[in-house]
Design a protein around this ligand. Structure first.
Ligand code: PMP
Length: 441
C-alpha cells in the first residue's frame, strides 16, 4: 500500500471530485482502512477522523452491525427494482424514517445521494404546485453561501458562485436570500443573537419583488455546512416558516448534514421545533457505508400529487437504485445502532464540552472567527495576503501529517466528528489542531 501511495502514475486516471488534482497527485493522502474514530493512512499511520468522512460516518467506521447487515442482504437479495415492483426493506425503511422525524413528514422518496435528494425535492415541490392548480409557482429560492449538492437544480439554488461559473446559465429560475453570517456575530457560541428575523425578512422582499404566487419553494440548510458552518441567528428559521405559511410557499430543509444526530436530535427540524414541508436526507442515513439519500414530504404533498392523477404513474421521477436493497439494509442497521448506542443523546451531551474546547482556540494564530452548534465546529482563519484559501489548504495538509483529518472550505476549517467521539478524543483533536495552527504562517 505504501508503495502504491508513492507511485503517482497509478493515481493519474481518477479525476477526483472537488479536489486540486495536480497537487493531490503530487502529494497524495490515501486512507486504506478505518475503524471507529480512526483511518489508517497508506503509510500505516492512524488518522483521527475530525470530520466523520464528509459529515457522514456518524456511528464511526466499520461498525460490525452495519457491515454484517450489508453482507447478509447482498447474499439474500442483491437487487430488485422499485419501479412497479418492490421489496420489503424499502417499505420498512420508509416507515422507520417517518417514526424518527416529525410526524407531519409522512412519506419517504429514496435517492442515492444528497444531490439527488435535493433535485428530487425541488421537482416534487414543483409537481405539488402543478397538482394543486398553481402552475405559475415556479420560482425556487435558495440562499447565498448555500450548498445543495452538484445536480443542476441543487447547483442553481445553491449560493456558491464558483460552483456555477464553469457551467453556463442556471437551468431554472432562482433567486436567493442573503446568507446568515453577520460580522457582529463573530465568535458566537451556538446560535448568534443578532439579525435573525431581519435576515429572514429577505423572503418578504422577494415576495414583493416577484409576487407570492410565483414562488414555489424556499430551500435552506438549517445550518449551512459546506460553506463554513454558518449557524443562523436566533429566530431566523422560525420567521422563515411563518413567511412561507403566509404566502403558500413550501419550506424545504436540506438536512443532508444536520439530520441523524449531528445536533443531538434526529434532525434540525426536531432540534428547532420547526416542521418543514419537505426534508432532504443522505450521509448519516446509512453511516455512509452504502450511498443513499431520501426526500421526506408532508402528507399533503404526497396526497395532492398522488390524487391529482386519475390513474397510472403519479410522479414521473426516480432512479434505478432508488431504495436499493443494500442501502436499505445499511440504513436500517444504522438506525438500530443510533438507537442502541444512544448516539444522538451522546452528541447532545458532548455538545457543551465540544463548544467550550473549540472556543479556546479563539486567541490562537490567524483565528478570526469560531462558530459551532451540536457536534459541528468551524475555525475561520485570516486569508493570506493575495492567496485566499492557501492557509486553509496548508492547515489541512499539516493536520493530515499530524494525524488528524479536517475539512477546509476556503480558509475555514470545518469539524464534525463521528458521534461516538469521547471527551479524550475531543481533547486530542483540538490539541493537534492547536499544534497545526502554530506551525502554519
Ligand atoms: N446538501 C447538503 C446540505 C450537503 O451538505 C451536501 C453534501 N455535502 C449535499 C446536499 C450533496 O450531497 P451528496 O454529496 O451526497 O450528493
Amino acid at each position: 500500500m505504501d508503495a502504491f501511495a508513492n507511485r503517482p502514475n497509478d493515481l493519474a486516471s481518477f479525476w477526483m471530485p472537488y479536489t486540486a488534482n495536480r497537487s493531490f497527485k503530487a502529494h497524495p493522502r490515501l486512507c486504506v482502512s478505518a475503524k471507529g474514530m480512526y483511518y489508517t493512512a497508506g503509510d500505516g499511520r492512524l488518522i483521527l477522523d475530525g470530520t466523520a468522512g464528509l459529515w457522514c460516518v456518524n456511528a464511526g467506521h466499520g461498525d460490525p452491525r452495519i457491515v454484517g447487515a450489508i453482507q447478509k442482504q447482498a447474499a439474500a437479495l442483491d437487487y430488485a427494482p422499485n419501479f412497479q415492483f418492490g421489496h420489503p426493506l424499502a417499505f420498512s425503511l420508509a416507515n422507520r424514517l417517518t417514526e424518527l422525524f416529525p410526524s407531519a413528514l409522512k412519506h419517504a422518496f429514496f435517492t442515492n445521494s444528497g444531490s439527488e435528494a435535493v433535485d428530487s425535492a425541488l421537482k416534487i415541490a414543483l409537481a405539488y404546485h402543478v397538482a394543486n392548480g398553481e402552475e405559475e409557482r415556479t420560482l425556487l429560492v435558495g440562499r447565498q453561501r448555500g450548498y445543495h449538492g452538484s445536480g443542476f437544480g441543487g447547483t442553481a439554488v445553491g449560493g456558491i458562485e464558483r460552483n456555477k461559473a464553469q457551467f453556463g446559465a442556471a437551468v431554472h429560475p432562482v433567486d436567493h436570500l442573503r446568507h446568515t453570517h453577520l460580522p457582529e456575530n463573530a465568535f458566537s457560541k451556538g446560535a448568534p443573537d443578532h439579525g435573525g428575523p431581519e435576515l429572514a425578512d429577505d423572503l418578504e422582499r422577494l415576495v414583493e419583488l416577484h409576487g407570492a404566487s410565483s414562488i414555489a419553494a424556499v430551500i435552506v440548510e438549517p445550518i449551512a455546512g459546506s460553506t463554513g458552518v454558518l449557524v443562523p441567528p436566533k429566530g431566523y428559521l422560525h420567521r422563515l416558516r411563518t413567511i412561507c405559511d403566509k404566502h403558500g410557499i413550501l419550506l424545504i430543509f436540506d438536512e443532508v448534514i444536520t439530520a441523524f444526530g449531528r445536533l443531538g436530535a434526529s434532525s434540525a427540524a426536531d432540534y428547532y421545533g420547526i416542521i418543514p414541508d419537505i426534508m432532504t436526507l443522505a450521509k448519516g442515513m446509512t453511516n455512509a457505508a452504502v450511498p443513499m439519500g431520501a426526500v421526506m414530504t408532508s402528507g399533503r404533498i404526497y396526497d395532492t400529487v398522488v390524487e391529482s392523477s386519475p390513474a397510472g404513474i403519479e410522479l414521473f421521477h426516480g432512479y434505478t437504485y432508488s431504495g436499493h436493497p443494500l442501502a436499505c439494509a445499511a440504513a436500517l442497521a444504522t438506525l438500530d445502532v443510533y438507537r442502541e448506542d444512544e448516539l444522538f443523546e451522546n452528541a447532545g451531551m458532548l455538545a457543551p464540552i465540544w463548544e467550550e474546547r473549540l472556543h479556546k482556540l479563539a486567541d490562537r494564530p490567524h483565528v478570526v472567527d469560531i462558530r459551532n452548534l451540536g457536534l459541528i465546529g468551524a475555525v475561520e482563519l485570516a486569508p493570506r495576503e493575495g492567496a485566499p484559501g492557501a492557509r486553509g489548504i496548508e492547515a489541512m495538509e499539516r493536520a493530515f501529517e499530524a494525524g488528524l483529518m479536517i475539512r477546509v472550505t476556503g480558509d475555514t476549517i470545518a469539524l464534525s466528528p463521528p458521534l461516538i467521539i469521547s471527551e479524550a478524543e475531543i481533547e486530542t483533536l483540538f490539541s493537534t489542531l492547536e499544534t497545526v495552527l502554530r506551525t502554519i504562517d
